[in-house]
Design a protein around this ligand. Structure first.
Ligand code: HAM
Length: 420
């Protein structure tokens, strides 16, 4: 136990971190290109925020939250997603009085007590975007286009964009009656959670993961066939805008999403390469959420992407992520005087932006050279008393095996020139 991470969590090890740094940097850069600013929100929030925001009849709230009482007796929950926290922050910091819209992006860990499998973890990472204050269909298209451009930028191909509209509360109340009528024929055969949802939130039944419920719901009426004129016009306009920027999509009437806050547009980018957990990202419009959480009515739309799934997809498409450069130079020292000179030289080199590794193990010269080779240092320089006195040393190019006599004073300039 002590030496094993809890189920569903994992370490991101130093040899893999470059992949994370790379996608994080690409994501941040792209979001900023679209005018989005980064926000950092707390890992935990008051439980009520998620009950209200995500919805207390969703699987996330009913089955998957990490909830506990803190020492002050408050009910606290580790965030299962980022949207509710961002919306809470939007309200708390009076962002509605800033020039609208508010365009935010985030990179977070999230926590859900789920059955662990490939692509599904209990602690996972999301990149997300939330656009608040824009009701126009262009906002929907913009948010989706960030994703399409991100995948293009990373070289990811063939992710399918599935899109749907789940209407507004107006069209949904009529639809719920239709749905209940359909479900009433076999309600007795459904799981207990669905029975409970029947009266509280029948649409949630469409999202049940139990096989028997899924089969029973196969021919349920689709919400897209029952949305009001305003929602239809909005949806058609979103599709028209996606057409204008050549983003292909499939209209998928089956998308309901597992969170309650959605209205109108919902979408997912899905991969066929990474197994059953193929939804790399999902999102949609949530025009009632800010109000639900206690703010003034404000439209919103956003998405979140699972970073583990993104990386799995990149691996499955054999996309090479640039590896970090090995150290520019390893400086070894023989003897006390040389080791002091080595301290000074390493300090100066690092100051000049040169990656320099030096002996801090008191190793023999032979062992130092072996180590320099193992860590892939580009150049190696060994300093002894003679080198200090003569101000000259041998610089070994580890790629070519060539050794050159150099004056120590010129080392920094020489390395800077080589680095370009
Ligand atoms: P979500 O569909 O629950 O939406 O999660 C978004 C993405 O997070 C999923 O598509 C998946 O890639 C990843 N994900 C979810 N759960 C797990 C898990 N257990 N393990 C690994 N990856 C996972 C949301 O979270 C919404 N907040 C998205 C949103 C933002 N909608 C509007 N704005």
């Amino acid at each position: 136990m002590l030496t094993q991470a809890p189920k569903g969590t994992k370490d991101i090890l130093p040899e893999d971190i470059y992949q994370w740094n790379y996608v994080e940097k690409e994501f941040s850069e792209l979001c900023q290109r679209f005018g989005y600013k980064e926000i950092r929100i707390p890992v935990f929030e008051h439980t009520e925020l998620f009950q209200r925001g995500v919805g207390d009849t969703t699987d996330i709230v009913q089955k998957e939250m990490y909830t506990f009482q803190d020492k002050g007796g408050r009910s606290i929950t580790l965030r299962p997603e980022g949207t509710a926290g961002v919306v809470r922050s939007f309200i708390e910091h009076g962002m509605s009085s800033l020039p609208q819209p508010i365009k935010l992006f985030y990179k977070i860990t999230a926590y859900r007590y789920e059955n662990v499998q490939k692509g599904r973890y209990r602690e996972f990472n999301q990149f997300g975007v939330e656009l608040l204050g824009a009701a126009d269909p262009s906002a929907d298209a913009e948010v989706i286009s960030i994703l399409a451009m991100f995948f293009e930028k990373l070289g990811i191909q063939n992710l399918e964009l599935n899109i749907n509209s789940i209407g507004c509360p107006k069209c949904r109340s009529k639809y719920n009656e239709k749905l209940k009528e359909y479900i009433s024929q076999f309600l007795g055969d459904m799981c207990d959670t669905c029975k409970d949802r029947y009266n509280r939130n029948p649409m949630r039944i469409l999202d049940c993961k139990e096989e028997k419920c899924k089969t029973l719901m196969k021919d349920a009426p689709a919400l897209l066939d029952n949305i009001c004129d305003e929602c239809r016009t909005h949806f058609d306009s979103v599709l028209e805008k996606l057409d204008a920027i050549n983003i292909p999509y499939n209209i998928d009437k089956g998308i309901v999403r597992g969170l309650d806050y959605y209205t109108k547009t919902v979408f997912e980018f899905v991969s066929k390469n990474i197994g059953t957990q193929g939804t790399v990202c999902g999102g949609g419009r949530y025009d009632g959420l800010v109000e639900e959480c206690g703010g003034a009515p404000t439209p919103g739309i956003g998405f979140a992407m699972g970073v583990e799934r993104l990386l799995l997809e990149m691996q499955s498409q054999s996309i090479e992520i640039p590896k970090p450069n090995p150290p520019d130079i390893y400086i070894g020292a023989i003897g006390h005087k040389a080791s002091l000179a080595c301290e000074k030289l390493a300090w100066e080199l690092r100051r000049q932006n040169i990656t320099c590794i030096k002996d801090i193990m008191g190793r023999s010269v032979k062992a130092q050279l072996k180590y320099a080779d193992k860590i892939g240092a580009r150049y190696v320089l060994i300093l002894g008393d003679d080198e200090i006195e003569s101000n000259k040393a041998k610089l070994k190019d580890m790629q070519t095996g060539e050794t050159k006599d150099i004056t120590l004073d010129t080392l920094i300039n020489r390395l800077l020139k080589i680095k370009g």
